[in-house]
Design a protein around this ligand. Structure first.
Ligand SMILES: Nc1ncnc2c1ncn2[C@@H]1O[C@H](COP(=O)(O)OP(=O)(O)O)[C@@H](O)[C@H]1O
Ligand SMILES: [Mg+2]
Length: 255
C-alpha cells in the first residue's frame, strides 16, 4: 500500500522545549491512524506541523511524495490536507448550513473573476449546495440547518467541526480530539462517519484522541507519543499489550 504521508526526523522547538523530538512516521493511504499519548506529549504540535500551522525546526514532511515541509497552511489545504480543531473553530453567528458552505473547498464566492462567468458560478453554487445538503443529512444535522452555530450543543458543534472534512476534497484528514467530551453514543457515531469516509471516499485519517475505549476499535495502526518522541507503534492489538503504555498512562496516577 502506498504511503500518503511520510514524516522524517521532525523537530519542533518552543524555546528550550522539544515539543516534537525527532519523530518519523509513515501513513498508508486509506488508513485510520491513531496518535495517542499523555497531555503535553506533542500530539497537537505534530498535527500542526503537518498542516503547516507551525514551521518545523528540523526534518521533512512528504505528502503524496511531494515535500511540503515549511509550506503555508493554505498551500497545504490546497494539496488536500485538512485539519480539524479540538475546540470547534466555526462561525458562531452563521447558521449550520452557512458554515458548511464556507467550508466548501473552492467556494466560488471568493473569486471575483468567477462572477464574470455567470454560468460556471451558478454551477459551482449548485454543487456546493448539493454537497451541503448531502453532508447535513449524512451527519444527521439537517434539522439544525437554520440554527446559528452558537445555539448548537457541544456534540452538534463536534459534528459541525467534522463536516469540514466532508465539505472539503481533502484526502489526508488530521483530526484533533474529534470526540473529546461528548457522550459515547455520539462518539461512536462520529467514528462510524470517519470509517464511512475512509471506505466510500478513500480518505486517510490521523486522529489524536484520548477516548481510547472508543477510538482504538476503529484504528488500523497506533503511534504512542511521549515527551515529543514515539515510544512505541503497531497494530492496536499489539500496542495495547505493551507494558510501556501502561507505565505512561498509570505512572502519573501513582506518583
Ligand atoms: N505555541 C506554543 N508555545 C509554547 N509552547 C507550546 C506551544 N504549543 C504547545 N506547547 C508546549 O509543547 C508541548 C506539547 O504540547 P501539545 O502539542 O499541545 O501536546 P498534546 O497535544 O499532546 O497535549 C507542551 O509542553 C506545551 O506546553
Ligand atoms: Mg492536544
Amino acid at each position: 500500500m502506498k504511503n500518503i504521508l511520510k514524516v522524517e526526523n521532525l523537530v519542533k522547538r518552543f524555546g528550550n522545549l522539544r515539543a516534537v523530538d525527532n519523530v518519523s512516521l509513515e501513513v498508508p493511504e486509506k488508513s485510520i491512524v491513531l496518535l495517542i499519548g499523555p497531555n503535553g506529549s506533542g500530539k497537537t504540535t505534530l498535527l500542526n506541523c503537518i498542516a503547516g500551522i507551525y514551521k518545523p525546526d528540523e526534518g521533512r514532511i512528504w505528502f503524496n511524495g511531494k515535500d511540503i515541509t515549511g509550506k503555508k497552511p493554505h498551500e497545504i489545504v490546497k494539496l488536500g490536507v485538512m485539519k480539524t480543531f479540538q475546540i470547534p473553530a466555526v462561525f458562531s453567528s452563521l447558521s449550520t448550513a452557512e458554515n458548511l458552505l464556507v467550508f466548501y473547498r473552492g467556494n466560488p464566492g471568493e473569486k471575483l473573476l468567477n462572477s464574470f462567468f455567470k454560468k460556471k458560478w451558478l454551477r459551482d453554487e449548485e454543487m456546493a449546495t448539493e454537497k451541503m445538503v448531502k453532508t447535513l443529512k449524512m451527519l444527521e444535522l439537517a434539522s439544525q440547518c437554520n440554527r446559528r452555530a452558537n445555539e448548537l450543543s457541544g456534540g452538534q458543534l463536534k459534528l459541525l467541526e467534522y463536516s469540514k472534512i466532508l465539505m472539503s476534497d481533502a484526502t489526508l484528514c488530521l483530526l484533533d480530539e474529534p470526540v473529546g467530551s461528548i457522550n459515547p453514543v455520539l462518539a461512536n457515531k462520529i467514528f462510524t462517519y470517519i470509517t464511512d469516509a475512509r471506505n466510500s471516499m478513500g480518505k486517510t485519517f490521523i486522529i489524536v484522541e484520548h477516548r481510547l475505549d472508543i477510538a482504538v476499535k476503529y484504528a488500523d495502526y497506533i503511534y504512542v507519543l511521549v515527551n515529543g518522541k514515539i515510544l512505541c507503534e503497531g497494530k492496536p492489538e499489539e500496542v495495547l499489550k505493551r507494558k510501556e503504555l501502561y507505565d505512561v498512562y498509570l505512572s502519573p496516577l501513582v506518583a
